[in-house]
Design a protein around this ligand. Structure first.
Ligand code: NAD
Ligand code: ZN
Length: 363
């Protein structure tokens, strides 16, 4: 298996817009073709006009709707683009934002060269043609969407959350500017940035391993550990470390697999509607035995950063919800096998999973 990663990474602290303008200026015919910029709402409202002015003349800014991307939201954006760009398909798609804006940009880049609707490509290796040239600029560290080979979409009809997993769902270039994450609200920042820690430790605790992913995940784990334990996680140094952790762990996972936390977290997202980062952290409440070292580290991070988790004891004491959560976890066989072996269901029985979910309600 080849090792999949972003072609070019630009580390440009405080200079993302300048760097983006320089990269685009080097693209052939950029002044005569349209360029699409999928930009998170926060940046569309707060970036100075002078930064936009750096970009090529025919840049078309598109702000995706709030919330996580869905197959319908992507189809709607595609329809809107079709109406605005009549003469030719765009030459570049840029994504600026968190996982939602980055995944939207990757999905649009793929759909511009692969006909049909977003839902047609949810699954593994269904995208058959390379998408439009794409550039990602992450503004919150954590999901690793800037490095991964997927763009996660909620299917508007079935409610199932599934990515366009494909070697064509990788950005061609990424700009890493840790100053962009200064404005992220504290709790959002903690829960999201923790995702990179989980990507790293789940990979390192699993059976599906390779030399490069191991090295990247070890480095990412250390960056995350330092950022969460050495004072304020949003200090200049910590923002830099967490941006590196996000990219490195995202690359590791693109070539590896998650383990125990992500299947239960996905169940919490689909059954209770919790955001990905928060759901991961809620799972950790019940991991004192199965992931003892990581559990203790997670508690240390929470104490140091003075973060608390919401009380979900009402939701998690409802038997029907817990049954649904158990079922929604057990569909993720591959990561569970990665973490616990092929007979994972002997260790993770229905009743054990049910008691784990009940234990996640409160501290
Ligand atoms: P997000 O992109 O949804 O953003 C969360 C909030 O932060 C939004 O309100 C946004 O406007 C705001 N925001 C973003 N940057 C900001 C900044 N610098 N300052 C102030 N506010 C800012 O959150 P996310 O957690 O990064 O992404 C979630 C999505 O990523 C989900 O759809 C999830 O499924 C997906 N995901 C993708 C991958 C992948 O590999 N592609 C991996 C994990 C998760
Ligand atoms: Zn994750």
């Amino acid at each position: 298996m080849p090792f999949i990663c972003v072609d070019q990474v630009h580390v440009a602290r405080g200079e993302a817009w300048k760097q983006l303008a320089q990269i685009l200026a080097g693209r052939p015919n950029i002044e005569s073709s349209t360029m699409v910029v999928i930009v998170d709402q926060h940046f569309s409202e707060n970036v100075q006009e002078s930064e936009w002015m750096r970009l090529p003349r025919k840049s078309l800014a598109v702000v995706p709707p709030p919330g996580e991307p869905t197959t319908n939201s992507i189809d709607d954006l595609m329809k809107g683009l079709g109406e605005q760009i009549s003469e030719q398909i765009p030459s570049v798609v840029v994504g600026i934002g968190g996982g939602s804006a980055l995944d939207t940009a990757k999905a649009i880049a793929n759909l511009l060269t692969n006909s049909g609707r977003a839902a047609d490509y949810q699954g593994w290796d269904l995208v058959t043609r390379a998408g439009i040239d794409s550039i990602g600029v992450p503004t919150i560290p954590g999901t690793g969407a800037e490095a991964s080979r997927t763009c996660v979409l909620i299917n508007s009809d079935t409610g199932v959350k599934l990515g366009m997993n494909s070697n064509f769902s990788v950005f061609d270039e990424v700009i890493l500017d840790s100053d962009l994450s200064l404005t992220v609200p504290r709790e959002t920042y903690f829960f999201t940035a923790m995702d990179s820690y989980f990507h790293a430790v789940e990979l390192l605790g699993g059976a599906a391993r390779n030399l490069i992913s191991d090295a990247l995940a070890r480095e990412a784990r250390q960056y995350a550990y330092d950022a969460f334990t050495e004072g304020d996680m949003q200090s200049s140094a910590a923002r830099e470390k967490l941006l590196k952790a996000s990219f490195l762990a995202g690359t590791a996972i693109a070539n590896g697999m998650v383990g125990l936390v992500h299947p239960m977290s996905a169940a919490l997202s689909s059954v209770l509607g919790l955001g990905h980062g928060l759901a991961n952290c809620i799972v950790m409440r019940a991991m004192s035995e199965l992931m003892e070292t990581e559990y203790n580290e997670f508690r240390l991070f929470m104490r140091t950063q003075q973060i608390t988790l919401p009380n979900l004891s009402r939701e998690l004491s409802d038997k029907n919800s817990v049954d649904e959560l158990v079922k929604a976890t057990l569909v993720h066989r591959r990561p569970l096998e990665n973490a616990l072996g092929p007979d994972f269901d002997r260790r993770l029985t229905h009743s054990r999973l049910a008691s784990l979910f009940t234990a996640m309600g409160t501290d």
